[in-house]
Structures are given as structure tokens and as C-alpha cells.
Design a protein around this ligand. Structure first.
Ligand code: 13P
Ligand code: SF4
Length: 301
């Protein structure tokens, strides 16, 4: 039996389902039952009939699935796969901001720890942040942890006042204007599609800014045949699979999230075989962090 066949057989035997983010290795996306952006994965996790979820992504993603589905077993193929940005805010600053602004809404990007979510009013992802912030009754928004996404949302919702936090994604923050322009010079007809975690100067060059799913959808619907992609290189697999006649370019320094790439078929097989590395979230924390996540699912409907 190949490793893929072994995984498929164990999945049936253990009543398990595999969820994967677009940034994981292609061979992992290939065996997943559901692939998507953070918003899709959090929605899909609710209401799955299988008892066990193998989450191929970084820890905040598995944690969100566990928070929303406390009765399910959520297995993490690599417990060290973490998102650096998820830790780039703190409860003390949130407390101070709440003192300063009476009607403050703490808007928490889903790329955050459960501890940060617990202190927040609503969660958002890059796919729904604009829609949700616009729908909030509050005038003052403290957006954590990502400053780049915060600035992008603030531009779309100018009627609100934003307070920024100094978090960022180390992968997207490194995207260089010069490198994007180099690709554009070589392929002048290509459209530039970027993730909102990129710095403002990069986003200014983009023809489209959106979540990983948004980028994949845009590329499929556009009449253009060539694209320059401003996000992590894992999206290439889906982009090429769904658009056989189109070409996708990345910058010379390809953005790679080392944590996402930690997930391998061997590690998936191991957790399926042993049931090890099941996520546990303390019940008080889980209940508190569930509220902003559920509010997101409600407001994004
Ligand atoms: P998406 O929600 O767009 O998939 O982004 C998740 C992420 O981690 C981007 O770096
Ligand atoms: Fe976190 Fe950036 Fe990796 Fe996304 S690409 S999971 S934001 S470190």
C-alpha cells in the first residue's frame, strides 16, 4: 500500500476527515477532503459528520476548529506548526484601549491565539473583515494582530476610526515592491493579485487584493491569462490545477510559510494511526473564545 492509500483506509476506519489550508504542501492538499482559506475551513469544520478532524494547517486553525466543535477530536499532524503573527498582540493593551474608547470593538483576525480571541468582540478573516467591520455598530475599532490587514480594511471603511496594533505576518511583510515590479516588467500583461497581509506599498501595485480563496476565484474568473501572485507559494497548486491554460508567476524570493510546510503525509499517517496530538483547549477559555468566532460566522452570513 502507498502512504496515500494507507491514509485513505485509516480515515475510513477511524471516521476521520482531512482539512487543509492552501499553503500546505501539494501532496497534502491532494489527499484532503476539504481545502480552503481560513474562513472556509472554520465554516466547514462546523457540522461535519465525522468524529475526528485532521487539521493540516497552523495551530490557530486547528484551535478554532476545536473551539467551535468541542465534542470532536482535532488532530494536529505537527504541533509545532504555528503562526508567528497569532502571538503579536496582548491582553493588557486591549484592556488599556477599552479604557480609552467607550464604544471600542476589538476586532480579532482569526490568525490569533485563543487567549487573544477571548478578549475580543468579534473575529474576522481576510475574506470577511471588510463586511464585518462595516456591519459593527461601533465607531472605534481596535484591530489585532495584523497592522497590514487593519490598514487595508480601514481604507475600505473610512467612516470608522481605527486603532492599529503592531503585528504582521513575517512571510508577507517581506514582499518587496522591487521584486514585484521586476516580474511585472518581464510580464507586463500579467495582473497582480495580493493577500491583504502584504505591506501597503505592495498592495498599491495590485489589481486585486483578497484572501487565498479570493485570489484563486479571481484568477479563474479573469479574462487575463497571466498573473503575478503576492502570497504564499502553496496557492500555486490550486491555481494551476484549476486554470490549465493560465500562467502564474511569483517574486524571485518566493514567499514560503515554513510552519505550513511542516505538515507531511508521514505526520498525517502517524496521528491517524495513534490518535496522538489531539488538541485540548481548557473549557473556560474555549467558551470565551467561541463567542467572537460565532459572532463572525453570524455576521458573515
Ligand atoms: P487566508 O484566510 O486568506 O487563507 O489567509 C490565511 C493566512 O494565514 C494568510 O497568511
Ligand atoms: Fe501566519 Fe503568515 Fe504563515 Fe499565514 S503565512 S500562517 S499569517 S506566518
Amino acid at each position: 500500500m502507498t502512504i496515500t492509500e494507507e491514509i485513505q483506509a485509516l480515515k475510513k476506519e477511524k471516521n476521520a476527515v482531512i482539512l487543509a489550508h492552501y499553503y500546505v504542501n501539494p501532496e497534502v492538499q491532494e489527499i484532503a477532503d476539504y481545502i480552503g482559506d481560513s474562513f472556509y475551513l472554520s465554516k466547514v469544520a462546523v457540522g461535519l459528520k465525522e468524529q475526528t478532524i485532521v487539521f493540516c494547517g497552523v495551530s490557530f486553525m486547528g484551535e478554532s476548529a476545536k473551539i467551535l466543535n468541542p465534542d470532536k477530536k482535532v488532530l494536529m499532524p505537527d504541533v509545532e506548526a504555528d503562526c508567528a503573527m497569532a502571538h503579536m498582540a496582548d491582553a493588557e493593551t486591549i484592556r488599556r484601549m477599552r479604557e480609552q474608547y467607550e464604544d471600542l470593538a476589538v476586532v480579532c483576525y482569526i490568525n490569533s491565539t485563543a487567549e487573544l480571541k477571548r478578549h475580543s468582540d468579534v473575529c474576522v478573516t481576510s475574506a470577511n473583515a471588510v463586511q464585518i467591520v462595516r456591519a459593527l455598530p461601533n465607531q472605534n475599532i481596535f484591530f489585532i494582530p495584523d497592522k497590514n490587514l487593519a490598514h487595508f480594511v480601514a481604507e475600505q471603511v473610512p467612516e470608522k476610526h481605527f486603532v492599529y496594533n503592531d503585528g504582521y505576518c513575517p512571510v508577507h511583510e517581506k514582499m518587496q515592491v522591487r521584486e514585484l515590479l521586476d516580474v511585472k516588467e518581464q510580464h507586463p500583461k500579467a495582473e497582480i493579485l495580493c493577500h491583504p497581509e502584504c505591506p501597503k506599498a505592495v498592495l498599491e501595485l495590485a489589481d486585486y487584493v483578497g484572501s487565498t480563496s479570493g485570489i484563486i476565484r479571481y484568477a479563474a474568473e479573469s479574462a487575463c491569462r497571466e498573473f503575478i501572485i503576492g502570497t504564499e507559494n502553496g496557492v500555486r497548486w490550486k491555481l494551476e490545477q484549476e486554470n490549465p491554460g493560465k500562467t502564474f508567476y511569483f517574486t524571485k524570493t518566493e514567499p514560503v510559510c515554513r510552519d505550513m510546510k511542516r505538515i507531511t503525509l508521514e505526520k498525517i499517517l502517524h496521528v491517524l494511526k495513534t490518535g496522538e496530538q489531539a488538541l485540548e483547549v481548557n473549557e473556560a477559555l474555549r467558551e470565551a473564545a467561541q463567542k467572537p468566532l460565532e459572532r463572525m460566522l453570524e455576521l458573515a452570513k
